[in-house]
Design a protein. Sequence first.
Lengths: 486, 353
Amino acid sequence: MMFAVEVNNVFKSYGKVEALKGVSFHVEQGELFGIIGPDGAGKSSLFRVLTTLLLAEKGSATVDGLDVVRDYKKIRTRVGYMPGRFSLYPDLTVEENLNFFATVFGTTKEKNYDLIKDIYVQIAPFAKRRAGALSGGMKQKLALCCALIHKPSVLFLDEPTTGVDPVSRKEFWEMLQQLRKAGITIVASTPIMDEALQCDRIAFINEGEIKGIDTPEKILQEFNEILCPAPLERESVHGNDEPAIKVEGLTKSFGSFTAVDHISFEVHKGEIFGFLGANGAGKTTAMRMLCGLSIPTSGKGLVAGYDVMTQSEMVKKNIGYMSQKFSLYEDLKVWENIRLFAGIYGMKEDEIARKTDELLEALHFTAERDTLVKSLPVGWKQKLAFSVSIFHEPSIVFLDEPTGGVDPATRRQFWELIYQAADRGITVFVTTHYMDEAEYCNRISIMVDGHIKALDTPEGLKRQFSVATMDEVFTKLARGAVRKSD
Amino acid sequence: MIKFLIEKEFKQLFRNSFLPRMILMFPIMMMVLMPWAANMEIRNLNLCVIDNDHSMLSQRLVNRIEASTYFKLTSNKGTYAEGMNEIEAGRADLLLELPPHLERHVTRGEPAQVLIAANSVNGTKGGLGSSYLASIVRGNTDSMVSVRNLYNLHQDYKLFMVPGLMGILLTLLCGFLPALNVVSEKEVGTIDQINVTPVNKFVFILAKLIPYWTVGFVVLSICFVLAWAIYGFVPVGSLLVIYAGAAIYVLAMSGLGLVISNNSATMQQAMFVMWFCLVVFILMSGLFTPIRSMPQWAEYITMANPLKYFVEVMRMVFIKGSSWSDLSIQFASLGIFALALNAWAVVSYRKSA
């Protein structure tokens, strides 16, 4: 029988960096095949070779029985590819995006509507909305529709659920299961293990080599150190009850739309506060108000003792911030980034020099001191960005989805850094879509449709909703959302 | 604090694989190539002569025309119709038809009719060509006119263009480049990271501008050296006046660039607005076409064009040697632009929305 995908001894390097070092595997027809591995392991390079966007230096690969070099034109009509991000046109509406991709492949939306029907009905209410204004989950569903519109026989998905909330993520994988039943072969990569568990087989790739291919259970067991690191243990130090952040009736409206609707809460000093919510619930807007980036429409917010409405510059002196998008300068070296931000916060030259050495030492980054930030793997960048955001010893640090798209082992290291910061007395305010991370927080709030629907310790919440995991708590609350779309 | 930010800008500028080379190539292109290309002088017009006289006089006339650098005698035809064919085919720009018995009429002192027909698709070319030609034909029979070319003694068009081109250079380097830089930080998202720090917005903007100002003045100086080395042009007036004018102009243009960048969400949008401004500025600055020959309403519009004043400063100082007192209007206007545009830029830049 012909394999859907067959890869034989593929090599690819970028300058000195070897991305793929003799990769071989095959995917059966109709299989849901997972590719997992740490950042920079070579997953994206592999996808690009298979979708004929990248030429391998050595080795051969076939997709749907066709050679990726010789028959690249035919392959392009038979595969669907969804790169991690940015595969839609943000200025076109949902409908226009779909029609555009249909036209590109010489087909129409109606022709293959059966295939995408189940997915499309969910986004159809927003058909006239610009794709850029959709929530993360909706965008990915639309991107999936666009990748399916020409009825491909093989579907390639490169980390399709990065930055997507747990509920939308579940829905997304349910769709993949249905597509598999319809006979489409799917090759997907993911940094999230409960998604990997849904595959028929997974390949674990690290440092450009396939380390193992088997059922998810076996692979996860074999490589559990990297893939399922033991959860972090930390004695719950209860901070004093003095508030680091105090919010009363904070509201932000954009025209007739109220993104954040009268939220009130307190965060104690030294606490790790998890700020959860589905895509579009208003988390980022609320966080931007607390950081002084966005002026509240009404309500009161005190951060580190300063009013966000009137004393935003004083707030900024006392906080650190790390945003969803990568926030260091890619064309500066590691030490230059540290120096720049330290200088901005008014630190002295000799202090900067001393603390830079200490930091690089602690992060085991000393060898990367003169590396341009753009050539660091994602996980490293995130760790560095976090360290830079607390370099000036702020009293509070705001982290907006700091671990999006980062593999489990690196995420665990990242949280070790967060714990170290909290132990030094820095209050941590963090948003995340990973429910295992939610368990690491002292207290959690869950936002739905601009309101805070629940706020307690992880244990308290589980008790309150009488469920066993945070994931279920979140699902229960978020499924009740009316506004899924923005 | 600003030290760290300026350091960052310089590092980013010189680490870019493309910009530093461009910044170096740009003045060289401007000084070496442009003065030859951006040339409005009418030379080497193709002339077709229809000589119906075949006399000594007509022969002498044609020789005299050929001797001038303005005309190239490309053909001799027998009839007007044949001559017209030459124009239709694009082989001739001008026709000169000499009537029969021209010599006889001239020696008898009778009026004679010579016909000049010019292809006036390009009005300037046709008009200037026919009037040059007419003046040669008329010879020096009419009254004596003495002409003195003031300042630009050899009527060298390049001397006229060089100082103006320096203006375009400064507009791009100091006005638009830093503004595009701000927009790119917006697009990448790093500007959020800066906005959440206690950096003062003046400091941030100043740190963006200073490196480009420095680069701009270095490039301007390179241009002066090139103009001297290649063409032997040396400013007649004081360099101090030129640099002072350039400083105010650069300030005004940076302000405009920042206003545009503050109001643009994407690079594409900013680029488009800047190109629009640049084209309007250049065409309405008097750089290529004299402002006096524009219609009155267009002349009023040019008053709102900072480049116009700067080109005037450059040309007046460089070619005429004007001093401060001759340029008070230009300096005052540039000063007003600088103040207004920068005030607008500061108001429109917000650290929080």
